[in-house]
Design a protein around this ligand. Structure first.
Ligand SMILES: Cc1cc2nc3c(=O)[nH]c(=O)nc-3n(C[C@H](O)[C@H](O)[C@H](O)COP(=O)(O)O)c2cc1C
Length: 173
């Protein structure tokens, strides 16, 4: 059976949900990552930056924009060094200004993806998969790109069936 690794970033605190700022006690992407693990098995790796982002939504979007512009690679609390045990690597994150938070790229650039299948997942408030597919093509050198999944953050609680359906279809082959 294929072995899955879910690399994800998710932030708690204020976020933009259906046109309003709302406090999230658990991040949307974390919920999606757990749906996949529950349905398909595999390991979760949470990307956590040393520097924390503001819990205030408007502050956080400023911080994230500055990092994107600077092509920052924020330091992480811990790193995955080796993914040789896995067949499928799912890279899940929130859409931040059209792509993954920069900390996800810090991690991806350190790994050897030769021969692995990679699948983008993005939670978002309207941008869909946005730049996640192209980011994986660029940063997961040697990987085979698989079909991705976009989940609207506001709908995450009612999206388990959709996530499981996607996971069974793309990860079982
Ligand atoms: C810094 C920041 C930037 C964002 N940029 C976008 C964006 O460009 N497009 C979009 O659809 N949603 C954007 N959002 C909304 C998030 O992608 C969405 O709420 C996501 O589900 C949050 O996931 P999380 O709770 O796992 O962190 C942004 C949110 C933040 C905090």
């Amino acid at each position: 059976m294929a072995k899955n690794l879910i690399i994800y970033y998710s932030r708690t605190g204020e976020n933009y949900v259906s046109g309003k700022v709302k406090n999230l006690e658990k991040g949307n992407t974390e919920i999606v990552a757990e749906y996949i693990q529950k349905a398909m098995g595999g390991d979760l790796f949470r990307v956590e930056t040393v520097k924390t982002y503001s819990a205030d939504y408007y502050e956080c979007i400023k911080e994230a924009k500055a990092e994107l512009r600077a092509k920052a690679r924020p330091e992480l609390k811990s790193y995955l060094a080796d993914i040789s045990d896995y067949d499928n690597i799912i890279v899940a994150g929130p859409c931040w200004w059209g792509t993954y938070p920069m900390g996800v790229l810090t991690q991806l650039e350190k790994l050897d993806f030769t021969g692995k299948k990679v699948f983008p997942i993005m939670t978002h408030e309207g941008s869909g998969l946005a730049g996640s597919k192209s980011a994986l093509r660029k940063y997961c050198k040697g990987a085979k790109p698989g079909k991705g999944l976009a989940v609207r953050g506001a709908d995450v609680e009612k999206s388990e069936d959709k996530v499981v359906k996607w996971a069974k279809k793309v990860l079982s082959v």
